[in-house]
Design a protein around this ligand. Structure first.
Ligand code: NAD
Length: 282
């Protein structure tokens, strides 16, 4: 079994991006900038944002985190996003989710300029992705896609089963795989007989949030399995795939942690640089 080392592949990607940023600095005499808005003090969000800031700095981006208390009003956030949309030193804007209940997520996402939407959540980017046009692509599915391409450069004709239909993971993942000419099935909480769907798959992307849901006898021999799940259980962090069982049958499998997670952050950096390039090519 080929262990898909997301940590190593993300480090390689970040090295390439660093070279690209150095080139941008020389050519444009400017540095791409990522601004993250963090509301409240949820521990996982604090950790994610810290890791994002660290990676942005490693690659040589300008990086700023703007913090607000949990009770900040929606208008303050919308006004700040509007200012950042106008600010030429900012290439990418990310509002860390989840938001406090009194702030309308849809309004916030739609207020970010699509050209600076490094999360790829703006409806215009979602539409562009599903139409096959250039767009910002959500970081986690983009990371999964790059891992897959590393293992299997030609995905054409492969049968892919995606478990989970979230806007964050399952749906954009399906678009990326369709573009590669995969035959894609999206499964979800109401899918009947998930095991038999999985048994047909050359590729499984598990993005559910149920610890070790995918068992060894759910996967075809020689399939490629990408585990997006991050679940805290008594013995630590596990994915949506039963690693011990599935690693005995799969051709390639991502570990959790150390698989998709590091790629998500590397792809955020990639998206920021791509936003800079698109803005500056006009
Ligand atoms: P979500 O809760 O928004 O969506 C979960 C999806 O799973 C839903 O579409 C639901 O229909 C489906 N589902 C639920 N129960 C099911 C079942 N029994 N069978 C089949 N499908 C079922 O979750 P999300 O935001 O997409 O995240 C999924 C997982 O990925 C979580 O564990 C999350 O922590 C993790 N995650 C990891 C990263 C990363 O960087 N590695 C990034 C984002 C999310």
């Amino acid at each position: 079994m080929n262990l898909i080392d997301g940590k190593k592949i993300a480090a390689e990607l970040k090295n390439k991006l660093k070279v690209e940023v150095d080139g941008i600095k020389k050519k444009f005499k400017k540095v791409p900038g990522l601004t993250v808005i963090l509301i409240g003090d949820l521990a996982p969000s604090q950790i994610y944002v810290k890791n994002k800031e660290k990676s942005a700095k490693e690659v040589g981006l300008n990086s700023e985190v703007i913090r607000y208390a949990n009770d900040v009003d929606e208008n303050t956030i919308l006004k700040k996003i509007n200012d950042l949309n106008e600010d030429k030193s900012v290439s990418g804007i990310l509002v860390q989710l989840p938001l406090p209940k009194h702030i309308n997520k849809k309004k916030v996402i739609e207020s970010i300029s699509p050209s600076k939407d490094v999360d790829g959540f703006h409806p215009m980017n979602v539409g562009n992705l599903s139409s096959g046009y250039e767009s910002s692509v959500p970081c986690t599915p983009l990371g999964c896609y790059l891992l897959l391409k590393k293992i299997e450069p030609n995905l054409s004709g492969k049968k892919a089963v995606i478990i989970g239909r979230s806007n964050l993971n399952g749906k954009p993942m399906a678009q990326l795989l369709l573009k590669e000419n995969c035959t894609v099935t999206i499964t979800h909480s109401k899918t009947k007989n998930l095991k038999s769907e999985c048994l047909l798959a050359d590729i499984i992307i598990a993005a559910v949030g149920i610890p070790q849901l995918v068992k060894g006898d759910w996967v075809k021999k020689d399939s490629i399995i990408i585990d997006v799940g991050i679940n805290k259980i008594d013995k630590g962090i596990v994915g949506d795939v039963d690693f011990d069982q599935v690693s005995k049958r799969a051709k390639a499998l991502t570990p959790v942690p150390g698989g998709v997670g590091p790629m998500t952050i590397a792809c955020l950096i990639k998206n920021t640089i791509d936003c800079f390039k698109r803005i500056n090519s006009n």
